[in-house]
Design a protein around this ligand. Sequence first.
Ligand SMILES: C[S@@+](CC[C@H](N)C(=O)[O-])C[C@H]1O[C@@H](n2cnc3c(N)ncnc32)[C@H](O)[C@@H]1O
Length: 170
Amino acid sequence: MQQGTGVLVLWEHVLLNTKFSRIIELGTGWGGLSLYFALWCEERGAKFHTFDIAKKWKDTPLAKMICLASYFHVLDVLHNPQPIKELIVRPGPSIVFCDNGDKREEFRQLAPILKPGDIIGVHDWGREIGRRDVTDVMVDHLLDVIELDLCRITDSHTRLFKKREISCEC
Ligand SMILES: C[S@@+](CC[C@H](N)C(=O)[O-])C[C@H]1O[C@@H](n2cnc3c(N)ncnc32)[C@H](O)[C@@H]1O
């Protein structure tokens, strides 16, 4: 996994306490986090999709056992985001994790199309993406930061945002 191990504490908490229909990982890399997400999706009956510009992960015994190839798609997400958008808007809550080439641009492209209750996460917070890259999108598209304390405590360099669910009391 190309993440600090503390991120697993964060994701365990989020996935245990969230209803989701799919997880979409942008940036498969060596596939470590993908295996973890794939297990969670299998357990929950949810879909898992992971994208990268090239296959960098190896057909290890674990990758074969979990059939990582069946979740993996080669795609330049930055220049062809349409397949990702089509997945996000499907019925049921989506969790999107941006961990590839240009987190700032991916956040700005994808956050606006989230449905109420959907979650978008970014890696390398404070290194490749920061508050000034997201503030206007958050305001315009009703996104709230979630699990900030846990993100900080686990030193995960991850930030999570959830599209607000508006209740109408007319
Ligand atoms: C840090 S790695 C992902 C690590 C993985 N999520 C994990 O935690 O184990 C980033 C990956 O993003 C991929 N990437 C970079 N630009 C991309 C693009 N435009 N579209 C899709 N993937 C891209 C790279 O090939 C690289 O494998």
